[in-house]
Design a protein around this ligand. Structure first.
Ligand code: CFM
Length: 545
């Protein structure tokens, strides 16, 4: 560790940036330079980052595809809808139970998560078209399971050969009569990353499911929890806390969700948005069409959980709820504080790097801060500028050909069902007290000046960063896991949580403190020799050098 500390002192952020760019051809270096920023947020000059743009061909990106964002992320965690993949079997197989979104099949026991549904396209389907095969597969699913809904996902070849999946879905919906069938044009190549798939999924879920069930739901303080996917049981822990507070969750988009939750979401009185990157479109559309206000929440970290619960209670403004929330916080916190105080002497001063998706690289910094740990560098795989700089930049975002490719739905107030949840005076009174609707901060204003913010980090840069800065822990996904460990640095997957979790809420914070303490203080990593330690003279040149 002595060398690690020395290196940290030696390297200025500008030098690190230079080092990262050094091996690239001039054109690539110019492009990447706009995605690697040295944070200056504390001087009130949040720099502008380039994000949500195409990955440069040849670079080994951490990103996933549009189909992954639609099928895996948004629709994947729903248990009683059959997700049918129209495409080659690999697209379905590799999206099958790999995300650790947990399910409780409940009393009805309806759960299709354990199945892998695919039309298993073959060469002949590519040549002669796959629409008949798709219709037959929908019929087969219906005959076998009789689900409430069957959703169809387009993979790359479907878009290339032009199968009209929407017409097939519509025809089958009419034919079957009691099963909602609709499709997503979420071909993998449709956008620059999985982010496009989120948007496509939001649009179709809103169009085909939200608003289908107008029955009043029992319970008080009705909310939608948007952008929580129950990875490693996070959603279960959040549900436990909300229930304890007396808050009723009408729907979760989409951890452990059901068809009826989507169909009833418009009956809630507040939408709480956890991962805004993946779901802010639905939050906005529900507000416009039904009058449900939305707020940003974060249940990652004990402090953030407390803040979010208080924010929900403040919105409803009922003393009974405010008191209940305070009682729950008072009951839960001693156990959290005890573990935190235990690990603090061992974790304080340790350093982390986080390169995850579109919101966790930000959210998890709260947990590390609670442990006295500093985030040296962080970034997203596919987030947009608003996730880096804050939601206020949205009006200034450039609409390029890739984002224009994704439909923006025109939504209007529902003539019968639009119902303002609060009067203008009530909303204003809340805002005057500092309550914020429809807003979230970016990762940059929350990070220290001089820290490195890197968009769409790739394999090469990840290894270089670790080599230069030697963090005590590196957080990313499965593709990065083993290459980082081989460098002698502990690695925590913050997508799937390895085999751990939950990390949300109070119990989640306890799990996280213990897990990170174990990782950053494990001796085993110091026995590893990274390639540059074993043979420092090891070098290579690229063809253009
Ligand atoms: Fe939202 Fe997610 Fe994330 Fe995301 Fe994801 Fe995920 Fe993620 Mo992996 S919805 S943006 S597309 S919080 S699957 S549960 S961990 S990249 S940071």
């Amino acid at each position: 560790m002595a060398t690690a500390k020395k290196k940290l002192v030696q390297w200025e952020p500008t030098d690190i940036k230079k080092e990262l760019l050094k091996k690239y051809p001039a054109k690539v270096a110019r492009k990447r330079a706009k995605q690697i920023l040295i944070n200056e947020a504390l001087e009130n000059t949040t720099p502008e980052i380039t994000a949500n743009v195409r990955t440069i061909p040849g670079i080994i990106t951490m990103r996933g595809c549009t189909y992954a964002g639609c099928k895996g992320v948004i629709m994947g965690p729903t248990r009683d809808i059959v997700n049918l993949v129209h495409g080659p079997i690999g697209c379905s197989f590799y999206a099958w139970l790999t995300r650790r979104n947990q399910t409780d099949a409940g009393v009805d026991g309806e759960n299709y998560m354990t199945y892998c549904f695919s039309t298993d396209m073959q060469d002949s389907d590519i040549i002669f078209g796959g629409e008949k095969k798709l219709a037959a597969a929908i019929q087969e699913v219906y005959d076998l399971f009789h689900p409430k809904a069957i959703t169809v996902f387009a993979t790359c070849p479907v878009g290339l050969i032009g199968d009209d999946i929407h017409t097939v879905a519509r025809t089958m919906k009419e034919k079957l009569g009691d099963c909602n069938v609709f499709a997503f044009s979420c071909e993998g190549y449709k956008g620059v990353s999985q982010s496009a798939g989120h948007h496509i999924a939001n649009n179709q879920v809103f169009t085909h499911m939200v608003g289908e069930n107008n029955e009043e739901k029992p319970g008080e303080y009705k909310i939608n929890l948007l952008g929580e996917y129950n990875i490693g049981g996070d959603g279960f822990e959040i549900d436990r806390i909300l229930r304890k507070c007396g808050i009723t969750t009408i729907s979760t988009f989409s951890g452990n969700s059901t068809y009826d939750q989507f169909a009833s979401a418009h009956m809630a009185d507040l939408s709480c948005v956890m991962c805004h990157r993946s779901i802010n479109y639905v939050a906005d559309m529900m507000e416009t069409k039904y009058g449900i206000p939305w707020i940003k929440v974060n249940f990652i970290g004990a402090k953030s959980t407390i803040k979010s619960l208080r924010k929900i209670a403040e919105y409803f403004g009922d003393q009974k709820l405010i008191d209940r929330v305070e009682a729950v916080i008072a009951e839960e916190m001693p156990a959290v504080d005890a573990v935190r105080e235990d690990v603090l002497p061992r974790t304080t001063g340790k350093t982390a790097m986080l390169f995850v998706g579109g919101s966790r690289a930000h959210h998890y910094q709260d947990l590390f801060a609670e442990m006295g740990m500093k985030t040296l560098s962080a970034g997203y795989e596919f987030a947009h500028r608003d996730d880096y700089e804050g939601r206020h930049v949205i009006p200034n975002l450039k609409v390029d050909a890739d984002s224009r490719n994704i439909e923006e739905l025109e939504v209007e107030a529902d003539p019968e069902r639009f119902k303002p949840r609060k009067t203008d005076a009530e909303l204003k009174a809340l805002e005057d007290k500092g309550f914020k609707f429809k807003e979230y901060d970016g990762i940059m204003p929350d990070m220290e000046a001089g820290s490195l913010i890197i968009d769409d980090l790739n394999q090469y840069e990840a290894e270089k960063l670790v080599e230069l800065m030697k963090p005590d822990i590196f957080c990313a996904g499965i593709k990065e896991k083993f290459s980082i460990q081989k460098l002698g640095v502990p690695m925590k997957q913050l997508h799937s949580y390895d085999s751990g979790g939950p990390y949300a809420g109070f119990k989640g914070a306890i799990n996280f403190y213990k897990e990170i303490d174990r990782l950053v203080n494990s001796k085993v990593w110091s026995y590893m020799k990274a390639p540059w330690q074993e043979s420092p003279e090891l070098s290579a040149t690229y063809v253009w050098e």
